[in-house]
Design a protein around this ligand. Sequence first.
Ligand SMILES: Nc1ncnc2c1ncn2[C@@H]1O[C@H](COP(=O)(O)OP(=O)(O)OP(=O)(O)O)[C@@H](O)[C@H]1O
Length: 578
Amino acid sequence: MSLLHNITAGQPKKLIKPVLYTTFANLMAIAPFALLVGGARLIFESFVHPGAPLDVVGLWWVCGGMAAALIVLFFCEVPAYRAQFRGAYETAAEGRAQLAEHLRKLSLGYLNRRDPGDLANMMMGDFTLVEHGISHLVPQMLGALVMPVLALAGLSILDWRMAAAMFAAFPVAVVLVLFTSRIQRRLGANHMRAKIDAANRLQEYLNGIRVIKAYNMTGERFVRLEKSFKELMRHSIRIEGLLGPIVLSAIALIRAGLTLMVIVGVHLLLGGKLEVMTLVTFLLIGTRIFDPLTTALVNYAEFRYHEQAGERIVQLLKEPGMTGGVLPPEEHDIELRQVTFGYNEQSTLKNISVQMPAGSFTALVGPSGSGKSTILRLAARFYDPVEGKVLLGGQDMRSMDPEALLRKVSMVFQDVYLFQDTIGNNIRFGRSGATQQQVEEAARLACCHEFIMKLPQGYDTMVGEGGSTLSGGEKQRISIARAILKNAPIVLLDEATASLDPENEVEIQRAIDHLVQGRTVIVIAHRLKTIKNADNIIVLDNGQVVEQGRHHDLLKREGLYARLWNLQQQTGGWSITS
Ligand SMILES: Nc1ncnc2c1ncn2[C@@H]1O[C@H](COP(=O)(O)OP(=O)(O)OP(=O)(O)O)[C@@H](O)[C@H]1O
């Protein structure tokens, strides 16, 4: 049962229709064959009993019956075919959507631990194997067994000795194939790993193709990619090379049943212990019975590999998402109370306690790697702390529904991601169902309406994947428009670095001013002049709060903040001097 559960990626009910229809179609497929045996018996009757007239009427009935059976069979096979493919594609489509939904609920910590190639392969490759399992393997395997099982029952009644000879080797073949299961599991897992590694290498190669070209590293990177492809080839050859001969041996054993049956049949016939008609019946059925049996056997071997793909999906679906069902409160002050957190064994934040009152403007400052982005991620509950609590309105965020919580938060990051969709829809992502007027209003406040209107199709202009067709400043402003449209009471902002030109900088600053009005705002500040008016500046160093207060107070202390401030005053940005 767990095999069927796995191969359907947790939806075994989807097999009911395809299996029932296919089994019925296979039952119907026996009718013409049974009529053929009947016809042959009529013909042989006149030879076995010389002088007996040929039953011409009976033969015509057989012919008519065969024609009718063919028509009935056609009308059985069409719905069977439809049920198989509908079942397969429905399962894959629903399963992919269910998995995508589940991924959204998992913590970023879990997703970070998994390779992106692994998840992409699961979404596309593993579900394709599940599709094939439902459309072909399981219905064909079970359907193929209908004829041999009925034949075994019928022939055993006709002559048990002949039936025993016919199926003598079958149990041995089954044991042989079952024996391969464990080897196949190990080889299948290795093959799957090699496939994921090749997908990761390919993704890395494609993502980094600009850097590869710029540094002329084509050769070196390509060697890694080529190596992963060769490794995949090696595992593919190994899985086929080891399992192929075992499955072929099992097939040979099954087919040997026909020879054994003929030998036993001739022996019994010569000894006068078997009628000619019985031998003829066995011969006729024997030639037809071994193909479905070998189909079932080969399908079973393949089935185990596909089952592993489904099992991976089932395991991921079992992975618990972030807990909490309580709706977040209407008070929007945020507090980190004695929080310790690390992405791995190392602690990134060490026993931090900070408060961000509702409606206040808090700035996070500190050297690179000091933990600023990590605090933002905890405030949005992308992760839960290892120790301590993150509180919203005095309540532990762990108890809150993560999705309801995210509805209260607008985020603007440095690395803006835009979807391959129109600019209008990319802004509407902030609030689905927003009218065109509302989208344009948000775009105006974010200082991007003008440049959008200059584009060929205005708000209907398509954006390349990740926003590749727009400049950094333009993408930033679109993401601010998105956040303005969302109109959430909490704003988390990773301020753009000094890489923007002065014109863009002024516009983005204006857009941000609109976004943060009257909200609880936490900003990661790279340029300290932008946070001079912050209500509280939290200075981090190596995962700890080393100072906090207002700009002038911190300057007076002459600590890390004052040093960073003086440094920025001196440089004002980097330049090439020679
Ligand atoms: N997803 C992650 N997995 C593992 N370690 C991470 C991850 N993200 C950040 N880190 C590590 O955590 C530490 C703090 O990172 P964080 O991004 O919070 O610093 P930051 O102060 O925002 O840095 P920057 O100003 O350079 O963006 C760093 O040592 C970083 O390497």
